[in-house]
Design a protein around this ligand. Structure first.
Ligand code: ACM
Ligand code: ZN
Length: 762
């Protein structure tokens, strides 16, 4: 299925910009994403109107593609184009198939002249991409779902000769940690198609939820698709086989292949809840309610496990016509296998060296099942351990090493190393962005990725099928947060997958993204806009405070000082803001389109040193009271009953620090401050008071990372502190997974000092 093509690279004439103007009279430049591999700008333009003839071959897929284009015109322009056989002398869009129908050749040529549009492609796929490029040559408003007035559907004359660099240009979506509707998925597929992405990797099973109906094993969804969250609510969802077919068909219309992922042998707890006999211990189990990796996995010693998985594959394969089937294979702890008599018997009987070889045995048995179904097996790079299955394709995620090793062994690989393509990473300062799993990957870093590792022997580069964005959804609590993390980085990756390395240019990409953001707006996509970073939200100062803001890429910032919400006409931030009195700064970023980021509110407070207190006490730890129960927010403590006193130290901490036994505590003590000064505090405690003043509040938030740091002026000596500690599990991250600490540092210092439990006194 690989395409080898010789490209003729046209010189990009950067000095000449297309002559088109939109109604506002502004010049509209050609701004295609991904950047085509050959593009020559012409002179003049062509305008599509209600009389334009749409000449499309008698081919079901192309007729359907023409239908999608017509849908755009119908919605945005208020007219549809007549799909005809006869080519008129002028005013046409002419799609021609020059090769074998059904081939995988994705190349196309697009020519816009004053007479019309000619798209030539060897296959329907290529023709579809020609049409997608045509949409991007039109004003962005073509993506509108409502009729737009006063727009000429004009495109600049241009010659494009284009083909992708890689055959796998994908997006992975974890619908297990958080579930999304099929409408949401269709929306993403629409956008993927617009940016010429062709692979949707659907991660359907996990420790935290089983999301695909399997008729033979109804308990997979009856029990495995639901979990009881830390706040007591039930969370869940799954797709019926009919819904899966609907998504796969929708994707196929957009030339997107769908790869199902059924995880094995690990990440399988949700399956074992209904079928505990397939585990090593026999259970019982509950669907995992916290993130992380479950030690209970399928038993590799029991034949029933393989029968079960064969049955599942029998049902899943017919739903997904694409040739690849993902079996997971990542992060499968060996703890249970090491002590399971069945697994150990299997190791002896098969002459295996260890549990890694047992995993390899497991995967190779599944490989045979898939091959019998005419499917190619793909798995995460752990499937290399203990010996790679002969025909396996490897998805390299723990860096590039696995991909390099597999390619050197002659296996195909899809490169998805975390540093560039994990779209669950932060894309800005963790202090201002919504809580994420960790990592730091900006759009620029995603864009910079080269799926062919520098270390890979040139002769093996052919094994690199491409790349994809991986969307792990632990910290994507809403559909909006999914989109916030996915976009715009996935579009950078679309260009990584399509555009030849020598045609990539980040600064140019950023410019070409301007109209793409408008397209995303018209698809109602909640993409990330860089937030003003730098200052904390709570600033304390003595004489003057200077606030310097930055963004992860150059974006205009606007602010107010009168408490009003900044809008496009507010003062533009140009240099650090200086304060000598208390102030409230409201600041946000604005894209060239006028779209604005969320607002950051920063309180700037003039303070004098809070005096120290004199107390004679030396017991280490904290003292206070706690109550049992689920307390999600601090105010929930008002209804707590049966308060018990507690002195908290290393020995007693577990009483209030085990998410399986939820509690809430109010604790008091003192901390020692070494010298007079302005200090910044950070903590994951729900609330932290100093001298009776609420300094840090993380109330109701997921406490994965401290985000509400605050400054305070403190005199040297002891200060009374109070801590509200809700031992709960919000959003899959139990408070008890945090260290029981407060960090502080002098404002301006780099490093924090930790106040651990043993550093408090009471
Ligand atoms: C993975 O991120 N566990 C493949
Ligand atoms: Zn076992």
């Amino acid at each position: 299925m690989r395409i080898f093509r010789t490209f003729i690279f046209f010189t990009l004439i950067m000095t000449f910009f297309g002559a088109c103007t939109n109604q506002a009279g502004k010049k509209r430049e050609i701004a295609l994403v991904p950047q085509p591999n050959g593009l020559v700008k012409g002179e003049g333009s062509f305008t599509i109107d209600a009389k334009t003839a749409f000449v499309v071959p008698e081919n079901d897929k192309l007729q359907s593609a023409a239908g999608l284009i017509n849908q755009r015109f119908k919605q945005a322009a208020g007219f549809e184009l007549a799909v005809v056989k006869e080519l008129p002398a002028k005013n046409f869009i002419h799609v021609e198939l020059t090769g074998e129908a059904g081939s995988n050749d994705e190349s196309y040529q697009l020519s816009v002249t004053s007479a019309g549009v000619n798209i030539k492609a060897a296959s329907e796929r290529g023709a579809f991409y020609g049409l997608m490029s045509m949409l991007q040559l039109l004003p962005a408003e073509i993506e509108s779902t409502q009729a737009v007035a006063d727009v000429d559907w004009t495109m600049p004359c241009v010659e494009i000769d284009d083909a992708p660099r890689f055959v796998w240009r994908g997006m992975h979506l974890d619908v297990c940690r958080h579930f999304v509707s099929i409408e949401f998925i269709k929306k993403q597929l629409d956008v993927m198609a617009l940016f010429k992405m062709n692979t949707f990797h659907w991660h359907l099973t996990e420790d935290q939820g089983w999301r695909i109906e399997i008729k033979k094993y109804p308990k997979l969804t009856e029990l495995g698709s639901k979990r009881t969250e830390g706040d007591g609510s039930v969370y869940g969802g799954y797709y019926t086989q009919e819904e899966i077919k609907e998504v796969v068909a929708y994707a196929a219309e957009r030339f997107i292949n769908v790869v199902p992922e059924i995880e094995l042998p690990g990440h399988s707890l949700a399956a074992l809840v209904g079928y505990p006999e397939l585990s090593c211990t026999g259970g019982p189990f509950e669907v995992r309610t916290v993130w992380g990796v479950e030690p209970d996995v399928y038993c590799a010693g029991k034949e029933e496990t393989f029968h079960f998985l064969e049955d599942i594959i029998d049902e899943v394969v017919p739903l997904f016509p694409y040739e690849y089937f993902h079996i997971g294979g990542d992060e499968s702890p060996k703890d249970r296998w090491k002590v399971c008599p069945d697994c150990q018997r299997r190791i002896r009987k098969e002459g295996l060296k260890d549990e890694h070889e047992l995993q390899s045995y497991f995967v190779q048995r599944i490989e045979k099942v898939l091959l019998a179904h005419d499917r190619k097996m793909i798995g995460w790079d752990e499937i290399l351990e203990g010996g790679l299955a002969p025909s396996a394709t490897v998805m390299s995620w723990r860096g590039e090493a696995g991909g390099i090793e597999a390619a050197n062994q002659g296996h195909d690989v899809v490169m998805t190393p975390g540093n560039w393509v994990y779209l669950d990473h932060y894309q800005g300062d963790s202090k201002v962005e919504p809580v994420a799993i960790g990592g730091y990957t900006t759009m620029e870093e995603s864009y910079s990725y080269d799926p062919v590792p520098a270390e890979l022997d040139a002769a093996k580069a052919k094994h690199v099928l491409g790349t994809q964005g991986n969307v792990w959804s632990e910290y994507m609590y809403t559909p909006e947060l999914f989109e916030y993390r996915i976009y715009p980085r996935i579009i950078a990756l679309a260009e990584v997958g399509w555009t030849q390395k020598e045609n990539k240019d980040y600064e140019d990409f950023v410019k070409r993204m301007d109209p793409q953001f408008v397209r995303l707006d018209l698809h109602n996509i909640n993409y990330h806009i860089p937030l003003p970073e730098g200052p904390l939200s709570h600033i304390a100062f003595a004489d003057t405070a200077s606030l310097e803001f930055t963004t992860t890429r150059p974006v205009k910032m606007v602010y107010t000082l009168d408490g009003s919400e900044p809008d496009q006409n507010s003062t533009v931030y140009e240099s650090p803001l200086t304060f000598t009195e208390n102030a409230t700064v409201k600041i946000r970023s604005v894209l060239n389109s006028g779209k604005m980021s969320a607002v950051r509110t920063i309180t700037v407070e003039k303070q004098s040193l809070l005096p120290a207190v004199s107390v004679e006490t030396s017991k280490t730890g904290l003292t206070g009271e706690y109550a049992e129960g689920i307390f999600v927010k601090v105010k929930d403590l008002e209804s707590a009953e049966n308060w018990k006193t507690i002195d908290v130290n290393e020995k007693t901490l577990r009483t209030i620090n085990n998410y399986k036994k939820p509690t809430g505590a109010k604790l008091q003590g003192y901390i020692e401050i070494p010298e007079d000064g302005f200090y910044e505090f950070q903590t994951n405690f729900d609330q932290f008071f100093i001298g009776g003043k609420l300094l840090v509040s993380n109330d109701g938030e997921v406490k994965r990372y401290s985000r509400n740091n605050a400054q305070i002026a403190l005199a040297k000596g002891k200060h009374a502190v109070e801590i509200i500690y809700l031992n709960n599990n919000i959003g899959g991250f139990p408070q008890s997974w945090n260290y029981f600490i407060v960090d502080y540092k002098k404002v301006g210092d780099e490093k924090f000092t930790q106040i651990k439990l043993e550093n408090f006194i009471y």
